[in-house]
Structure formats: structure tokens, C-alpha cells
Design a protein around this ligand. Structure first.
Ligand code: 3HC
Length: 700
């Protein structure tokens, strides 16, 4: 090949005889930021004006083809040239252009392929249009060109699921034309030669027509109205694809562009992009980046739901597990639960069926704690009792090899006290998993006073290995998540005591975006758990605190613990769920006892009070340093507590309300209950100086 001409820092051209290669080199994922867009546009224009070239192949340097538009540019003033204009220029090119895609061709990356005149995939390629996960739609021709190449059902599936489609499936669907092996540059040379010789067929996607499929469009639109009523982008995607069937490409692209800009302006887009970067930023702290200790074998103490879930998670990540229980019956139950979990993973396609037996073979059940002598990490997952835990850690201290890490899965107990039961507190930390532990992605990495830096780094490395979102938390009752939950959970109870029904509270919060309201969640988790906690804390409860557990206690006294007993706030009969009428009676009696005259709350009142309570405690968690940054709190609530992802997390949502308004609300509510409603200092300062939680994230 000839010399390389740099069009700019990120785009280069190589010409050899009658073929040319354009290389995109913008690590780490070749996102189409301004310089890439400009460079691509200029490269194609330059090759056209210079003449002599019969075919162009565009490929990406590094580990992947283009993974999409540069998400960091979203929300800022757009810088020309716009991506659709660049791709229209490529599609209009008189010289045929072939896209050579490897790694993950996503969003604007796959759309570059769709605008080219032929698409060659390299083995291992996955293509996707994941914009919907960012509150967007494919905005550089995806909704218009993909239906022309692959038909409407496939385009609907790709745009609405955002899934990464394997190359073979893309080939069969007509979304790519060839699948080859080799290095991107070598494949690019061959493809350009073939295109020049006419042995690789090239054509403009805009010249193809779409086969109409009104049924598929209507069915999908109807389903989305039911399942994704609160989201904006999915419905717009259907409209865009519908337009593709009815108009020439240029008009469809215009429609898509306008819909894309509408999505860009929604708070949902901002919330979802906060979630995208937040998920990555949680481990972007010095403590997570230090050297980790090697973990080749894990010991788990306790074969209950949590211990079995943690064991399953480790096994699925290829980590051998030694499971310890005190009695054979418990051990058998643990093994049975893990086996069921692994079978479930096979059913859900998370584990290939032929790996099932080998995965289970990595599980070694044992009744002897001494068998933990050779493991690198122990996770204790027994019930929440400080006496039991300290006894276990004292024993572990005598059994575990030097350098082994000892972790507790406690959800609120003092990890410093647990660590003090050993002679090596530097090796102790909290690893707080969420149930079901092999499904839920959150892992709170609880750092105690004496936890060694490499032990913290190992916690983060483990989270990554288990494909979890590891968030650093400090020691306090409930760490980040359960501390905040215990505060806003009280507000749900106060709302009911003061006049709302549990169903109204649930419906209002489901309308806000939670998959389930707090009373349904309570029924699912088991009302006896909260009951036990309230009893445990009865002796230390602040006398100024308004008691929130009166109704829930009465329900539990009846033996109604929620779903597992068929009755709780609701009655469960098969698929039928209806409010428990006896709960309405209990609520009335408790109101009478407390001298409360019930009042009306609108759904908005309920959301405002519940969210303000959540934000208040979340702000205090940041203020106390239990969470290092607001984004850490947001990711805990998103990945562990069902907070609606499109709202970004409680503190991202708080910024959309503004600190001044939040302070005003708290001060208003405080007139009724000055103990519960206190303005966090951090929020007052923010209201005074006009700053946001996002500013704090940026400064961290
Ligand atoms: N823009 C800007 N930065 C991006 C990016 C993008 N599209 N995609 C990834 N990055 C960054 C990540 O933030 C991360 O940065 P960091 O190292 O500073 O934390 C780095 O690239 C590496 O990313 P990952 O840690 O996620 O690496 P993985 O190898 O695990 O995953 C990936 C790679 C599958 C490409 C994944 O990053 C991904 O899914 N990216 C987003 C893809 C996407 O959503 N594309 C659509 C964008 S919207 C669009 O194209 C609009 C268009 O239609 C007009």
C-alpha cells in the first residue's frame, strides 16, 4: 500500500492503485466524535475529488469498529458536521464504500455500516442499535436503512431491544453481506479489491424499498403502550420505522432526525446516560485500581438463600466454591438451591447446557469450617446476629491461611466490630450482596476502618469478575442502600397512617417508574424481616421519632408475612392479587388509636414526599462520607432497589428538582413532623450557592 495520509488526528487514508482504505483510530471504542465525523466526511470528499479510486473500505483500529456516537457530546451544543450528513455523503459517494466491522459495531457505528454500499463482518462481530437504552433512537439512519435491508420485524427487534446481535444472525437477516476472518486492515484490502472487481456486490441502501408490515408495527406499538408507557424513545422508534415504509429515505431521515432531537431533549435521556456513565464511574476510584489479591477459590459460610445465591454467582463466573453449613440438612438444602439456580441459568440462556455439570462440579459442600484453610476469600452469609458473626470470624482467624480475605455479607451490622473479632482486621471487609445474589447486580463493598487497600481493590476485582456493579460504602447501620431504604420506608408507612391506602401509595410510585410499590415489595421480601428489625431496634428507638411500624406489626401479628403466606398488604391467589380488606380495617383502627383524621393525598403528593425523604437521607449519606460521591448512591438505588433507571437515581433526580425547592418542601413537611423532616446541611448549602449533585460528581 502507499503512504498513509492523515486527514486529521483520528482519520487516515491509504491508497493503493485503484483502492483506498479509510482508518478510524479513536480509542478506546472509535466513537464518532466531532473529529471523526469531520475526518470521515473530508476523507470521502478528498478521494472523490482526487479520482482514480474504484472502491473504498472503512475499518477501525484497535479492539472494535465504531461503538457509536460519542455519548460525552450529548446534551452539549451539537458540533457540525452532523452524523447523518456524514453518512448521507458516504451513501451518495460515486465510489463504492465498504464497511469492515469487527468487535462491536453499535449505534452510530452500525449505522455507518448501513450507509455504506456493502458490509463485511469479521468473526466475533456483534452489531447493535442500543440507543434505546440511552433514551434515544438510532439517529443516523438506523430506523430507515435497517428496515430496507432486513425487514420491519428484525429492525423493530434490534432498535427496541438494543441487543447485540451475533454476526451470523446479522448475516442471515441481511444486515451484513459477508463474514470473514482476519485482521481488519487485511480484510479491508480484500473487500475493497473485490468491490472494485465487482465480486463483492455494492448498492445504495436508500435505493431499496421496505416491505410493509403494518401488523408487526401495530402489535409492537400496542405492546409498548402497555409495557413501556412511561418511556419516550421506544414509541418514537416505532413511528420512525413506520415512516420508513411510507416515505422516500430523505423524508424518513428528516423524520428520524426530528424524533432523535426530541429524545435528546427529554430528562429520560439525561437520566439514562447518567446511569451509563455512573455504572462505569463507580469503580473509577483510586482504591479500586490498586493491585488486587488473586482469588482462585471462594469459601461461603451459610447455605441459605443469600449464601446459595452468592455461591451461584461465583460458580457462574468460574470460581470454585467450598460451601460450609453446620448440619447436613442445611447443606443439602444449599446444594439443592444452587443446583436449581444453575439450572435456571441454563434455562435463561446464561449458561450453555453443556457447561452445567462442570459448573456444579466446582461446588464442594462441607460441614467442617476447617476446610476453608486453603480458600483465598471467605464470604460469611449467616443470619444477622453480631454474636454469631464475631464467633465465626474468631474461628476463621484461626483457620484461614495468611493473606486470605474474610468478608461478611451483613446488610447493616458494624463491620469494624466484626473485624475486631480477628487478629487481622486489615483482611476483613463487608461484601453486601442483594437477593437473589446471582441475579441482582449490586455489590456494596463495605470498607472498615482497618481494611487494607489491596483488600478493597480485591472487592472491586471480584465485583467485575461476577459482572456486578461494585460500589464503595463506609460503615454505618445499613451502609448506603439499606440506610436510605429504612428512612424512606418510614414515609410510605406515614402516608398510609395519614390517609393514603397502601394500594394508592404503590400505584403512585409505580406511576413514577418503580416496578413495584413499597407494599408489594414488602409482601415479596417477607414482612417478617422488617418486623424482626423493628423488634431488634425497639430498645434504641429515638423517643422523638413517630413510630412507623404500627400497621405492619399488626399485619405480622396475624401471621400474614406477604406472598409466602398468601396474605400481606395484598391477598395472593394464583395470579390474582387484590388488596387485603383486613389491612384496611387495621389501618382504620391504628389511625383511631393515634387520633389521626385521615386526609387526602394526590399521587403527586405521594411521589413528592417519598422522593424527598429518599433524597434527604441520600444527601446525608454523601455528607457523612458513607458514599464517596452522589453517583455512588444513584447506582446503589438503580442496581439494588429497583429505582427507575430512566430517572438516573435519587440524586440525579434531585438535581432536576433543585436544592432550593427540596429545602422548601422539607421545611413545609417539617411543620407536621420536625423530627423526621430535617434539612440536610449539604442540601441547604447547595440551595444557597446554587450547586448540584452533578457538580459534586464532576469535582470528585
Ligand atoms: N461514547 C463515548 N464513550 C464511550 C462510548 C461512546 N459511545 N462507548 C464506550 N465509551 C467509553 C466508556 O465510557 C469507557 O470509558 P472509561 O474507560 O473512561 O470508563 C470506555 O469507552 C470503555 O467502555 P467500557 O468500559 O464499556 O468497555 P467494554 O469493553 O466493557 O464495552 C462497549 C464496550 C460494548 C462498546 C460499551 O462501552 C458500550 O456498550 N458502549 C455504548 C455503545 C452505545 O450505546 N452506542 C450508541 C451510542 S448513541 C448513538 O450512536 C447515536 C446515533 O444513533 C446517532
Amino acid at each position: 500500500m502507499s503512504d498513509i495520509h492523515q486527514v486529521n488526528d483520528l482519520i487516515s487514508i491509504e491508497v493503493d492503485g485503484d483502492i483506498a482504505l479509510i482508518c478510524i483510530d479513536n480509542p478506546p471504542v472509535n466513537a464518532t466524535g466531532q473529529a471523526v465525523r469531520q475526518g470521515l466526511y473530508d476523507a470521502v470528499a478528498r478521494l472523490a475529488s482526487e479520482g482514480g479510486v474504484k472502491a473504498i473500505a472503512i475499518y477501525g483500529a484497535g479492539r472494535t469498529f465504531v461503538a457509536g456516537a460519542d455519548i460525552k457530546e450529548f446534551g452539549k451544543p451539537p458540533q457540525p458536521p452532523a452524523l447523518p450528513d456524514v453518512y448521507n455523503r458516504i451513501e451518495a459517494s460515486e465510489i463504492p464504500v465498504v464497511a469492515i466491522m469487527h468487535g462491536t459495531a453499535l449505534g452510530g457505528g452500525f449505522e455507518l455500516g448501513l450507509a455504506a454500499h456493502a458490509r463485511v463482518g469479521i468473526e466475533g462481530l456483534r452489531v447493535g442499535l442500543p440507543e434505546v437504552a440511552l433514551g434515544l433512537l438510532p439517529g443516523a439512519g438506523g430506523t430507515q436503512r435497517l428496515p430496507r435491508l432486513s425487514g420491519i420485524p428484525f429492525a423493530l427487534d434490534m432498535c427496541l431491544s438494543g441487543r447485540h446481535v451475533p454476526a451470523q444472525e446479522a448475516l442471515e437477516a441481511g444486515a451484513i453481506d459477508r463474514l470473514e476472518a482476519g485482521e481488519p486492515r487485511d480484510v479491508a484490502i480484500r473487500a475493497a479489491q473485490d468491490a472494485a472487481a465487482g465480486t463483492l456486490k455494492t448498492r445504495r441502501t436508500c435505493d431499496l424499498t421496505v416491505t410493509p408490515d403494518d401488523d408487526a408495527l401495530e402489535r409492537t406499538a400496542e405492546k409498548l403502550r402497555k409495557t413501556q408507557a412511561l418511556l419516550f424513545a421506544p414509541h418514537k422508534i416505532v413511528e420512525c420505522i413506520r415512516t420508513a415504509t411510507k416515505t422516500p429515505l430523505s423524508e424518513g431521515l428528516q423524520f428520524e432526525r426530528e424524533a432523535f432531537m426530541e429524545c435528546m431533549d427529554t430528562p429520560q435521556r439525561a437520566g439514562l446516560i447518567h446511569a451509563f456513565f455512573g455504572e462505569r464511574a463507580v469503580s473509577n476510584i483510586p482504591e479500586a485500581k490498586g493491585e488486587a489479591r488473586p482469588i482462585d477459590k471462594v469459601g461461603i459460610i451459610g447455605g441459605g438463600t443469600m449464601g446459595s445465591g452468592i455461591a451461584t454467582s461465583c460458580l457462574l463466573a468460574g470460581l470454585p466454591v467450598r460451601l460450609i453449613e453446620v448440619a447436613q440438612e442445611g447443606l443439602d438444602r444449599g446444594v439443592a438451591t444452587i443446583t436449581g439456580n444453575i439450572d435456571g441459568a441454563v434455562k435463561r440462556g446464561k449458561l450453555p447446557a453443556d457447561k452445567r455439570d462442570a459448573t456444579l462440579a466446582m461446588l464442594e459442600p462441607s460441614l467442617a469450617m476447617e476446610d476453608l484453610a486453603d480458600v483465598d476469600l471467605v464470604v460469611e452469609a449467616v443470619f444477622e446476629d453480631m454474636g454469631v458473626k464475631t464467633e465465626i470470624f474468631g474461628k476463621l482467624d484461626t483457620i484461614c491461611k495468611p493473606g486470605a480475605i474474610m468478608a461478611s455479607n451483613t446488610s447493616y451490622l458494624d463491620v469494624n466490630e466484626i473485624a475486631a473479632a480477628t487478629s487481622r482486621p486489615a483482611d476483613v471487609l463487608g461484601l453486601h450482596f442483594f437477593s437473589p445474589a446471582h441475579v441482582m447486580r449490586l455489590l456494596e463493598i463495605v470498607v472498615a476502618d482497618k481494611t487494607a487497600p489491596d483488600v478493597v481493590a480485591t472487592g472491586f476485582a471480584l465485583a467485575k469478575r461476577l459482572k456486578k456493579v461494585g460500589v464503595r460504602a463506609g460503615v454505618c447501620d445499613g451502609f448506603i442502600g439499606n440506610r436510605i431504604l429504612s428512612h424512606y420506608g418510614k414515609e410510605a408507612a406515614y402516608l398510609v397512617l395519614d390517609g393514603a391506602t397502601p394500594q394508592q401509595v404503590d400505584a403512585a410510585l409505580e406511576g413514577f417508574g418503580f416496578a413495584m410499590g413499597p407494599h408489594k415489595v414488602g409482601d415479596l421480601a417477607g414482612l417478617d424481616i422488617g418486623w424482626a428489625t423493628r423488634k431488634r431496634k425497639a430498645g434504641t428507638r429515638d423517643p422523638n421519632e413517630r413510630y412507623s411500624g404500627a400497621v405492619a406489626d399488626r399485619i405480622c401479628e396475624e401471621g400474614w408475612f406477604g406472598r409466602k403466606t398468601g396474605k400481606g398488604y395484598y391477598i395472593y391467589e394464583g395470579k390474582d392479587i387484590r388488596p387485603n380488606p383486613d389491612v384496611a380495617r387495621i389501618i382504620e383502627e391504628e389511625r383511631e388509636k393515634a387520633g389521626i383524621t385521615p386526609r387526602e393525598f394526590t399521587d403527586q403528593d405521594i411521589v413528592d414526599r417519598y422522593m424527598t425523604a429518599m433524597i434527604s437521607e441520600a444527601a446525608r449519606v454523601v455528607e457523612d462520607g458513607i458514599a464517596k460521591r452522589p453517583l455512588d448512591v444513584d447506582m446503589v438505588l438503580l442496581f439494588g432497589y429497583g429505582f427507575p433507571r430512566f430517572r438516573g437515581g435519587p440524586l440525579h433526580y434531585a438535581d432536576t428538582i433543585g436544592a432550593a425547592e427540596l429545602v422548601r418542601r422539607i421545611e413545609t413537611y417539617a411543620k407536621e413532623d420536625a423530627h423526621y423532616w430535617q434539612v440536610p446541611d449539604i442540601l441547604r448549602r447547595m440551595a444557597e450557592d446554587g450547586t448540584t449533585f452533578a457538580d459534586m460528581d464532576k469535582g470528585a
